[in-house]
Design a protein around this ligand. Structure first.
Ligand SMILES: [Zn+2]
Length: 354
């Protein structure tokens, strides 16, 4: 039986902390599914986005964009999943019909409707409504928590390493923000693709986590110029690819400066000036771009198919999700506070009982 009300962590208005509230269980439309939420990833993505004016389109709003749950109800037109399936969600509300959606690049959708947890209610609740085209089934043997964080924290590095940085055997790869919730899986993914990984971060705990995740060399970015430190770690050669999960002016400049000839810089981390008070713009020397044939790629999330492929890597045991802290639903605000103070290596997750 689906109850009428549920417990949810709600953003009452912009800038306010979340409150535990009794909310109505969402009603679904013909193309929707209703999930009983089992686990929701908690990461800086949510913390940054809800602090960025205009991203949450209306209040009150339930955040949460990395969700695993059980399908408890489906709309009349839904054919891709059935009641009882365990599924995870795609984070973007796309049209499915534009040229980008139809060519496997749905994160560039020209009729984009916004983000789960911002333009629609997310997974910090006992139940959640989603368009059925936003969900894919979790393979047996993959836990709810691992599957939840796979949808962004692991799938995003999968896309970045494979499609943007094009990491292959013999490539050296710099991961900036290597101890964070997404970066820690970037280290593993770059290794899985055959890369020799230099991990950069700024706390002892995160550097240790990156080393534990398989980094071949570790750079403490507190110790000076990032590019110089990376050059030293690579015998002066630089790296074939640099993936920046942090995205400040300093890290982007350092990552670009770390590239060897024909190197690829991949930008994933987002530090909007409206949230961080600092402009992340960096300087690009066109002469060097030209003569060294450098590439700069923006890497925007993943496709639903890439989420399925990531789940399969977890099922095969070739990627180990790093979820260092579990919280109950009502402690979501505490988890956000720990992320704001940079105190959680790897990912955190809300785990819902029952
Ligand atoms: Zn589209």
């Amino acid at each position: 039986m689906i109850p009428k009300t549920m417990r949810a962590m709600v953003l009452p208005h912009f800038g306010a902390p979340m409150e535990l509230r009794e909310a109505l269980v969402p009603k679904i439309g013909p193309g929707d599914v209703l999930l009983r939420v089992r686990a929701a990833g908690v990461g800086l993505t949510v913390v940054i986005m809800i602090a960025n004016p205009g991203r949450v389109t209306s209040f009150p709003r339930i955040p949460g964009h990395e969700v695993a749950g059980e399908v408890v109800e489906i709309g009349a037109e839904v054919a891709n999943v059935k009641v009882g399936d365990r599924v995870v969600n795609h984070f973007y509300l796309t049209c499915g019909a534009c040229r980008f959606c139809r060519s496997g690049r749905e994160t560039l959708c020209t009729a984009f409707k916004g983000y789960v947890g911002q333009a629609s209610d997310g997974g910090y609740a006992e139940y959640m409504r989603l368009p059925a085209r936003n969900v894919t089934v979790i393979p047996p043997g993959v836990s709810d928590v691992d599957a939840a964080v796979a949808t962004d924290a692991i799938a995003t590095p999968y896309h970045a390493c494979r499609e943007e940085a094009r990491v292959g055997p013999g490539d050296s790869v710099l991961i900036v923000g290597a101890g964070g919730g997404v970066g820690i899986h970037g280290v593993q993914m770059a290794k899985l693709c055959g890369g020799w990984v230099v991990a950069a971060d700024v706390t002892d705990e995160k550097l240790a986590a990156a080393r534990h995740a398989g980094a071949d060399a570790v750079v403490d970015a507190r110790q000076g110029d990032l590019a110089a430190l990376v050059k030293r770690a690579t015998d002066g050669r630089g790296v074939d690819a640099a993936i920046d999960f942090f995205g400040s002016r300093e890290t982007l400049q350092g990552a670009l400066g770390s590239l060897a000839r024909a190197g690829r810089l991949v930008i994933i981390g987002s530090r909007p000036a409206a949230v961080f008070g600092a402009d992340p713009s960096f300087v690009v020397d066109p002469q060097r771009m030209l003569y060294d044939m450098l590439e700069i790629h923006g890497s925007r999330y993943v496709t639903l198919t890439e989420i399925s492929q990531t789940l399969e890597l977890i099922r095969q045991g070739r990627i180990s999700p790093v979820v260092s802290k579990h919280f109950p639903l009502e402690s979501a605000e505490e988890a956000h506070e720990l992320l704001r103070t940079n105190a959680i290596p790897g990912r955190a997750a809300l785990v819902l009982e029952g």
